[in-house]
Design a protein around this ligand. Structure first.
Ligand SMILES: CC(C)(COP(=O)(O)OP(=O)(O)OC[C@H]1O[C@@H](n2cnc3c(N)ncnc32)[C@H](O)[C@@H]1OP(=O)(O)O)[C@@H](O)C(=O)NCCC(=O)NCCSC(=O)C[C@H](O)C(=O)O
Ligand SMILES: [Mg+2]
Length: 267
């Protein structure tokens, strides 16, 4: 399985915040995303770019690292993407992706695999073509809610079609799919519910914005002990073709699913 598909938690932090960068080095997130876009004030854009490159050069204790560039062509995007090339980042994150061409530009300027954020209606409709040029897709649920005109605080029912389209597009191209952020900073129950929902939609992991959200993402997107034990039993029992196992029919695709559970558990 592609290593990126084993990531459960993607921690965003503003590259303009040295304290958060330092803190992230000791946090159990699977992928660190140093943000140059919406989390960074306009006057801090250039110093944040320098800080992101340096932070990625120093690394995060072996964790995967990405830098999210600004989206606007000709205004930060080019300089950000070229800076990522010289950094030690594993990926470049392209926000507000709407065309395969923009993804190719990000890849060519940064010389890094792209994680494209789908966060507009146009992005959702082009997700399949976009995914073909990426290592994975990330749902940008705040921007998407705004772009779709959804009422603030109205839950995610208006996003369901878009979220499932993102997972479908990623799977059709064989790349990773990550759910968006949960904005409630002190709402553990809400975070847990959204993790369960995202997992049920088929996402590989979830974007998080605060240290206190990482454990929930890791727990809900990592297989439970019961799932691991069930996968072990299924693989041991399967002999090929349709057969009865623990009161259910299983076939070869269930063995593939069980192996994926064990691969994620090993990670
Ligand atoms: C949201 C925050 C601004 C909240 O900040 P604050 O209230 O100051 O946090 P705390 O005091 O509770 O922080 C406690 C300690 O944890 C550290 N911290 C906080 N957040 C992070 C983080 N993301 N990574 C690493 N460390 C973090 C603090 O430094 C404190 O440490 P200590 O000093 O030791 O006590 C803040 O959490 C934050 O900035 N979060 C990230 C925001 C961000 O990156 N946003 C951009 C990506 S999300 C997005 O854009 C969505 C998408 O595009 C869409 O459209 O949906
Ligand atoms: Mg966004």
């Amino acid at each position: 399985m592609q290593p990126l598909r084993l990531c459960r938690s993607l921690l965003f932090l503003p590259a303009s915040n040295p304290r958060a960068i330092e803190k992230a080095r000791g946090l159990p997130a699977d992928l660190i995303i140093l943000d140059l876009e919406d989390a960074v004030k306009e006057e801090d854009k250039e110093s944040a770019r320098i800080a992101a490159v340096e932070a990625a050069r120093q690394g995060f204790g072996g964790k995967l690292v990405a830098i999210r560039v600004n989206a606007d062509i000709g205004h930060h995007f080019g300089e950000d993407a070229v800076a990522v090339r010289a950094s030690g980042a594993d990926f470049v994150v392209l926000p507000k992706a709407e065309t395969a061409k923009k993804v190719q530009d990000a890849a060519s300027l940064s010389q890094k695999p792209v994680l494209a954020m789908i966060e507009t209606a146009a992005g959702v409709l082009a997700a399949r073509e976009i995914a073909a040029h990426t290592a994975g897709l990330i749902a940008g649920t705040n921007d998407l809610s705004a772009d779709l005109g959804l009422p603030a605080g109205g839950g995610r029912s208006g996003l369901v079609h878009a979220l499932q389209s993102i997972v479908l597009a990623a799977r059709a191209q064989g790349v990773a799919a990550f759910d968006g952020v949960f904005n409630g900073l002190d709402d553990a129950d809400g975070m847990a519910a959204e993790c369960l929902e995202g997992r049920a939609y088929g996402f590989d992991g979830k974007s998080v914005i605060h240290p206190n959200q990482i454990d929930a993402a890791n727990r809900f997107f990592g297989p439970s002990d019961a799932e691991i034990a069930a996968a072990d039993r299924l693989i041991a029992a399967a002999t090929g073709g349709a057969e009865r196992h623990e009161g259910r029919m299983i076939e070869s695709m269930h063995v593939v699913q069980a192996r994926a559970v064990l691969a994620k558990a090993r990670r």
